[in-house]
Design a protein around this ligand. Structure first.
Ligand code: 5RP
Length: 222
């Protein structure tokens, strides 16, 4: 199977999970990226069975609306029953690195506001130790150099993501070659640097269910 076929398979498996949870008045959290896009396209098939969605990025909002799915502001809705999103890396504890697409902050907010976080990923995303994929850190623009110096003190090699502005008007520093032994501690440590909005470690709020697309089928991992 190609990587896109694996992504489509996990998106369809996520749809089956979502069907078990939702009712007519449900509002669903929807993530960002190519795997999430397959999920959005699958979700359109059942758009009459739920009320709408909260989007983790402008790109996702546009795709949902193109399918005729209502998109709500998170401030106007309560706790979401389920959030479905991809990942750049996921470890056996269902800690993730996310934010390759730069949507990490809104993704983390929606994950926090959701009862169930379903991660959908093809098998290339499964790792034992997080940090081979560059860890994104969203930073207030005026703090970029200061935050970069503080990240160097943590042993990281921060690289400014050129020509990229997040949906929140901020910049991204990507941390290359930064193996993370203790994701819970590192998530908090980086977030404690003044000027950091958040970082792409999702360990304090990991996924509840991983649907992993493998050549021999979709595995459900909790
Ligand atoms: C975007 C994300 C994505 O979930 C992550 O980058 C995975 O993307 P893809 O499904 O395209 O591999 O965190 O900010």
């Amino acid at each position: 199977m190609t990587q896109d076929e694996l992504k489509k398979a996990v998106a369809e498996a996520a749809l089956e999970e979502v069907k078990k949870i939702i009712s007519k008045d449900s509002i669903i959290g929807v993530g960002t990226g190519s795997t999430a896009n397959f999920f959005i396209d699958a979700l359109a098939e059942i758009k009459l069975d739920f009320d709408g969605a909260v989007a983790s990025s402008e790109a996702t909002r546009e795709r949902l609306q193109a399918h005729g799915i209502n998109v709500y502001d998170l401030n106007g809705v309560g706790t979401l029953p389920v959030y479905v999103d991809g990942a750049d890396e996921v470890n056996p504890h269902l800690h993730m690195v996310k934010g390759g697409g730069g949507a990490l902050t809104r993704e983390k907010i929606i994950g926090a506001a959701s009862t169930k976080f379903i991660c959908i990923a093809d098998e290339s995303k499964q790792v034992d130790i997080l940090g081979t994929f560059p860890l994104p850190v969203e930073v207030i623009p005026m703090a970029r150099s200061y935050v970069a110096r503080e990240l160097v003190k943590l042993g990281a090699n921060p690289v400014y993501r050129e020509d990229f502005v997040t949906d929140n008007g901020n910049v991204i520093l990507d941390l290359y070659n930064f193996p993370i032994d203790d994701p819970l501690a590192m998530e908090q440590r980086i977030n404690n640097i003044t000027g950091v909005v958040t970082n792409g470690l999702f360990a304090l709020r990991p996924a509840d269910l991983l649907l992993l697309g493998c050549s021999d089928g979709v595995k459900s991992i909790t």
